[in-house]
Design a protein around this ligand. Structure first.
Ligand SMILES: [Zn+2]
Length: 274
């Protein structure tokens, strides 16, 4: 059975783009960094996939890969949810941290992961990002962080809220010694993550059409009983209103960040190590 199947060419998988409704070959979408080749819709990607898209091949060294969340409040259903998230995502929690090179420039990095409980921020996410800033401060490295999050992880109660202050303090210490912090907002970055370290970057970039908000548009509309303007809280709206510095398509992010790191470092140049 296996032998006869092997004679057939690999089957194509097709996906319908939720934006333009066209059908796309999954392999073509993948080659295009998970961006619709027809309309430019940026599909969500895992933290690890984003790391591979951004960091120079073979340079990534992961930090604190073994830290995993626990159900310390015995919150109903949390233990099962965690188990399911680990199985589905292949990760231990919602952020991948480490150091690596972008266009030849050395930097500390974190990549949040929407596939793990919608990138929610619990004690492990907070601790890993906090340690990333502390190590970057010690090593004299910049930090580049990709944010995606549904907000604080309610199953960890006030401990998850505490991470906002904890990370913000580490960002401040990193900044005080002249460290550069670049944030890349990806869809969706919301809640406590937006209210803290996502918006604390020295330079804030955003992927096109990424939702960045504390409270989402539906909640605001329900409270204000008003229709919100088109594109409200999307990257282009943020740029227009001074909340981010540039909207950068996924295919240009590595080079843009590499150029910024090179400018900050003053010595290395994108694409080289000199
Ligand atoms: Zn499309």
């Amino acid at each position: 059975m296996t032998e006869s199947c092997a004679e057939f060419p690999a089957r194509h998988v097709f996906i319908k783009c939720p934006e333009c409704r066209r059908v796309i070959d999954e392999a073509r979408l993948h080659d295009n960094l998970e961006v619709c080749p027809r309309c430019g819709k940026h599909f969500r990607v895992s933290g690890r996939a984003r790391m591979r898209m951004t960091v120079d091949e073979g340079t990534f060294e992961e930090w604190d890969a073994n830290l995993a969340s626990e159900d310390f409040l015995s919150f109903p259903g949390y233990a099962d949810k965690l188990k399911g998230a680990v199985e589905r995502s292949g990760e231990r929690d919602a952020v991948v941290c480490g150091r690596g090179k972008i266009c030849g420039c050395d930097t500390a990095l974190f990549f949040m992961d929407a596939n793990f409980m919608m990138g929610s921020m619990g004690s492990v996410v907070g601790e890993k990002i906090c340690r990333t800033f502390e190590r970057a401060t010690e090593l004299g490295l910049p930090v580049v962080g990709f944010t995606v999050s549904g907000g604080a992880r309610m199953q960890e109660g006030v401990t998850s809220l505490m991470q906002m202050a904890k990370i913000s303090a580490a960002v401040r210490r990193h900044s005080e010694v002249g460290g550069l912090y670049i944030t890349v907002l990806t869809d969706p970055t919301t809640g406590g993550v937006t209210a803290s370290f996502a918006m604390e970057g020295d330079i804030i970039l955003a992927e096109p059409d990424a939702l960045t908000a504390f409270a989402g548009p539906r909640v605001i509309e329900q409270n204000m009983h008003k229709r919100l303007p088109k594109g409200f809280q999307r990257s282009e709206f943020l740029l227009e209103h001074g909340f981010c510095d540039a909207v950068v398509p996924r295919g240009e992010i590595a080079l843009t960040v590499g150029e910024l790191l090179a400018l900050h470092e003053g010595t290395c140049r994108p694409g080289g190590t000199a």
